[in-house]
Design a protein around this ligand. Sequence first.
Ligand code: NAP
Length: 307
Amino acid sequence: MSVTYKRVALIGLGLIASSMFWGMKRGGLAGEVTGYARSAATRDTARKIGLCDRVCDSAVEAVEGADLVILCVPVGAMGAVASEIAGALAPGATVTDVGSVKRNVIEVVGPHLPDNVHFIPAHPLAGTEHSGPESGFAELFDNRWCLIVPVEGSDPDAVAKLRGFWEGLGSNVEEMDADHHDLVLAVTSHAPHLIAYTMVGVADDLGRVTDGEVIKYSAAGFRDFTRIAASDPTMWRDVFLSNKDATLEILGRFTEELFALQRAIRTGDGDHLFEYFTRTRAIRRGIIEAGQDTAAPNFGRATTSNE
Ligand code: NAP
């Protein structure tokens, strides 16, 4: 059974907030949804496309009377937004967020919030490389994980209600500690994004040398990197700046492994390469068996590359 909040306020109206709005409408999860974005252009677009029942001209106005407030801005903006809305929050309201990093958000948001609201951070593991109010769709969270990261003293009833809300949006929900979340996400999302950004940067440099051949003959491996590397620059700048320790830890390990593979290639150690690639292939199978991706060739795309 899905959970309903009387009034939900979305602060920030980009990909995640707009997907949540359409998902709330689909599931009948909210009585009224108010929304606010800092730029007039985004608020105008939201009004034009019917995103939110009421688009407000200030964050304070949007959160007034809301029993659920969801911060959907880049991680680096969470603290300022929390400070702006703190005085207008209704007693007993739940304040949550969707930020990709959790320890830092807890540290910058928590101190601003009054004692009479429930602060329950969360992170939906779902997204695309698109951003902005027009990029959202109701199905974004279907069968994807949402990690809820309760802080010390979180009220179990408020946590259970938020869990029900995310399940109503289609997610599978699990609770996780903030530091563990940040390490897991550094492995599964943050470091891979940095590697994709780097690979596309390297290819771009090479592309200049070979007069565009890198793009012209780009096969699936590189195209997949370009999709990831097209992700929002503000969001990802903030992710790396706010999940610094975990990302550096994983990148350190990555560099060691890369050097080991580089050495195997230099010394002609085929056994090392073969064993390594056999191990990584098994991981892909595990992801498919867990229902987190399709077994179809080339992720089920209509056209396949002839890489
Ligand atoms: P988005 O589409 O780029 O939208 C961001 C929203 O935040 C926009 O409404 C923008 O306002 C507002 N904003 C940007 N900078 C701001 C600032 N300095 N102060 C106040 N508002 C600001 O972003 P998104 O993809 O929805 O991401 C939102 C959050 O979800 C981020 O914390 C991100 O880490 C997290 N997240 C993203 C993904 C993903 O794949 N995209 C997945 C999971 C979680 P304007 O439109 O007025 O500029």
